[in-house]
Design a protein. Structure first.
Length: 186
């Protein structure tokens, strides 16, 4: 698999609560890749937890730092990068994501609601009806997530290990078809 990927980065995109961090760590381990999480990097740069950043400097400034962090991390190779759920919102971020293989972790709003019911760390989900908030965010974002290279749908009983084997099974055909597109263009 490492030879097939040739050091290409893997970006995990998807809604909050889809398990990008857990799956990403395990996937990196499987591939002998480094692991990065854009939210963790943002917290390190700003020395503040994500929820504080939103209240102190606002979402727009958070998005700017997020783009900066993505740009820097995308310059690495051999890395699995778990991204914040909103990374797909800025078109400039796609120029970095597109350099790697983009995997969309998708899950139903029911499953996300169950997973996020007791979460107090995500500023976009506070003081609101969780299900309707998730529905409206997913409505706004679905067509963007769908621009990823691979979609992995997460069912309630899937373990991270099950998801990893589904991802690993799907990567070869995707890498080979991208190579074919590249060869036809050149
Ligand atoms: C956000 C997702 C969060 C974090 C921030 C905003 C979003 O990351 O970046 O709270 O806009 O969906 P996770 O997807 O890792 O929870």
């Amino acid at each position: 698999m490492q030879e097939l990927l040739g050091g290409t980065n893997i970006f995990l995109i998807g809604m909050m609560g889809t398990g990008k961090t857990t799956v990403g760590k395990l996937l990196a381990q499987e591939l002998g890749y480094r692991f990065f999480d854009t939210d963790v990097l943002i917290e390190q740069v700003t020395q503040q937890p994500i929820e504080k950043i939103f209240t102190s400097i606002g979402e727009e400034n958070f998005r700017q730092i997020e783009s900066q962090v993505l740009m820097e991390v995308a310059a690495c190779t051999k890395s699995v990068i778990a991204t914040g759920g909103g990374i797909i919102l800025r078109s400039q971020n796609w120029s970095h994501l597109r350099h790697g293989l983009i995997i969309w972790l998708d899950a139903s709003v029911e499953l996300l609601t169950a997973r996020l019911a007791n979460d107090y760390t995500r500023p976009l989900l506070q003081k609101t009806d969780l299900t309707s908030r998730l529905n409206s965010l997913l409505e706004q974002r679905r067509s963007l997530y769908a621009q990823g290279d691979l979609r992995i749908f997460i069912n309630e009983n899937d373990t991270p290990e099950m998801l990893i084997s589904r991802i690993l099974a799907k990567i070869p055909s995707k890498v080979i078809s991208s190579l074919e597109v590249y060869q036809n263009k050149n």
